[in-house]
Each structure stands twice: as C-alpha cells, then as structure tokens.
Design a protein around this ligand. Structure first.
Ligand SMILES: [Fe+2]
Length: 341
C-alpha cells in the first residue's frame, strides 16, 4: 500500500506526457554478420541524421538466421545484414524477411543486386577474382574460371573449402551459366588442379601463393585491399606480390556478390528499417564503403577507391543474385559429387 502514492504520481506524469519523448525514442535493431568498425561509424551518422537509435547484434549469419527462426514474431530485430546473397536468400526462404516498397532502393540498386520480391537489397559489391603470382604467371595465361580446370593449371590452384558460401555462390553461378553436369566437371577439374587440399580463408590463399604453395588463388576483391592496407608488413608484401585478374571478361563477366540486408518479418519499426536501408544507399554511405572496406559501391555514380581504379573497370556477371540462393543446394551437392571438400 505504501507504494500507491508513488505509482499514482508516475501515472500522472505519464498522463501529462512528462516521459513521452525520452521513453519513446525511436530505434531499430540490426542483426549483422558484418564486423567492420567503419559500419559502426556509419550507423552513428544515421542516428545523427534521423534521431533513430541503432542497436546492433553481431554474430555469424547462420547463428543470426537460427536466432530469428527461434524468436519468431517476438524477435527484436528489424533488419538482417549478411555478406553473400546466398545467405540472404536462405533467410528469405525461411520466411524471415518481408517485402518492402521503396522507390529509392529500387532506383539506386541495380536490379540484379537485389531480391526479385524486394525482400533483400545489396548495398556493397565484391567480385570473386583470381589473384596470381606475378613472377610465375602472366595475365594473358588467365582467362576464365572454366580454364582453371585445364591441365595447364595442374597442382597450381589454391582455393578454400566448399563449405564456404563464397565458393558455393561461385559454383551456383557456374551451374546457372553451364548447367549442373558441366559445373560438376569444372569443380572436379579445379579440385584436381589444386596444389593442396582446400583449407583456410581467402587471405590464406593469397599468403600461400606468395609462399610459393600455388600460383593462382580464387579470392574476393576486398581481401586484396585489406591485405594491401594491413598493419602487418608481411601481409602487405603478400598483396604486393600478386596480380589481380577478373575472369570471363569476354563472356558472362566476373562473378559478383553483395553484402546486403532486408527488413525482418518480425520488425516493429518497418518505416525506420526502410529509412536505414535507404541511408545505406545514399551517396554518403556508398562513398564510405570503397574507402573503408574496399567493397564496391552498388550505386554506379559513386566513386571507387584509388586501389579499385587501379584494378580497373570490369564486366560483372549480371545473373540475378537471387539465383545464387536458389541454386545453393545444387551447388553443395555438386561440390560433394566432385570431391571438393
Ligand atoms: Fe568476407
């Protein structure tokens, strides 16, 4: 009974709106697989601009997807952010995302870099390219992903495991272009040409090329940038010893993928979430990615980093990235059949 007066006072205060503004500060919660400090700086800018607070929960994409499934409608997440369209498609297939209608998003993001049902949108792009030993390989010996399966590359190729989504998406793009049987032959051929069993990260493949353990590695572009600007002098030397080659330039183009995000089905602040995705496509946010993480902007008018300009313009495979997710299971199956562990 002692508490009654205090409670009534509280009720009166709420009634008069004393607590209205601080208590109802608008916020959104991101479930993010990305782990860049530069993202946090960007999120702060969004808050300064809009007054919307950004809470970030970081974990691996698979963990976040499992968590969203377990939380269902009670999830606090408004947005899921992951690297690789394959994972975004997994979240879509599990019914964890919702379609959003935003002219800004559909005008600024090329159609192949966003979901056909507007459930996810790419906001940075990367290409899966060949990094080669400049002292042992000439650029004109390289041509296509397909050519890596040829006898000329016996015991010279380095790549990470097939459990990695980047390789699964690359293989999905080969399935889309060539069909399952040819893709299987290709995966078998490349695996047969590897100079060691698949292991390690993209960065490790480049370190292995520099150490002479192989001549050509399959890696994402931004890892080259991250090595070139590394605090570790050894890694900078590794990157400096490598040439960068964009495959399939006379054909379908180099395989590209995105980091992207979508609004969760459980979102309690869809409007705020859309504002956030639109902010990620603003000139300001887009211009920050090439400089900080060496990812390409998805908005074509935005300037590239000097390093990216040096690597040069390239033709990108225009396959809609939704396909990568749709063909993910096939790709995993083909890798197993081909013996690429
Ligand atoms: Fe990565």
């Amino acid at each position: 009974m002692k508490h009654l007066p205090a409670l009534s006072l509280f009720a009166a205060a709420v009634g008069f709106g004393f607590f209205a503004s601080p208590v109802s500060a608008e916020e959104i919660t991101l479930y993010s697989h990305r782990h860049y400090e530069s993202d946090d700086i960007l999120f702060k800018k969004f808050t300064e601009k809009t007054g919307i607070e950004v809470n970030v929960v970081k974990a691996s994409a698979d963990e976040l997807i499992e968590r969203l499934k377990a939380e269902g409608e009670n999830s606090k997440a408004d947005i899921l952010i992951t690297a690789d369209a394959g994972r975004l498609q997994r979240a879509k297939a599990a019914g964890l995302l919702q379609s959003v209608d935003s002219k800004t998003l559909s005008d600024r993001i090329p159609a192949n870099l966003r979901d056909t049902d507007s459930q996810w949108f790419g906001f940075t792009m990367r290409a899966r390219i060949l990094a080669y030993a400049k002292d042992r390989v000439k650029a004109d010996e390289l041509s296509t992903y397909e050519a890596l399966a040829e006898p000329a590359w016996k015991a010279r190729v380095l790549a990470r495991s097939s459990s990695n989504i980047y390789n699964q998406s690359l293989l999905a793009s080969v399935v889309a272009a060539q069909g399952k049987d040819k893709a299987r032959e290709w995966a078998k051929g490349v695996r047969g040409n590897m100079s060691r069993p698949p292991q390690g990260s993209d960065r490790d493949q480049m370190r292995a090329v520099a150490a002479g353990l192989g001549d050509v590695a399959i890696v994402n572009t931004y890892y080259v940038g991250l090595l070139l600007t590394s605090e570790d002098e050894k890694d900078r030397k590794v990157a400096e010893s490598l040439g960068i080659f964009f495959p399939n330039q006379d054909g379908r183009g180099a395989h590209v993928n995105v980091s992207g995000g979508g609004v969760t089905k459980a979102s309690k602040n869809k409007e705020g979430a859309i504002k956030f995705l639109e902010f990620l496509c603003s000139d300001e946010a887009q211009a920050s990615f090439p400089k900080s993480t060496f990812e390409y902007p998805v908005v074509e008018s935005v300037e590239w980093a000097e390093m990216q300009k040096k690597w040069g313009e390239f033709k990108a495979d225009e396959l809609n990235l939704s396909k990568l997710g749709e063909l993910n299971e096939t790709a995993v199956e083909v890798f197993n059949e081909a013996g690429w562990e």
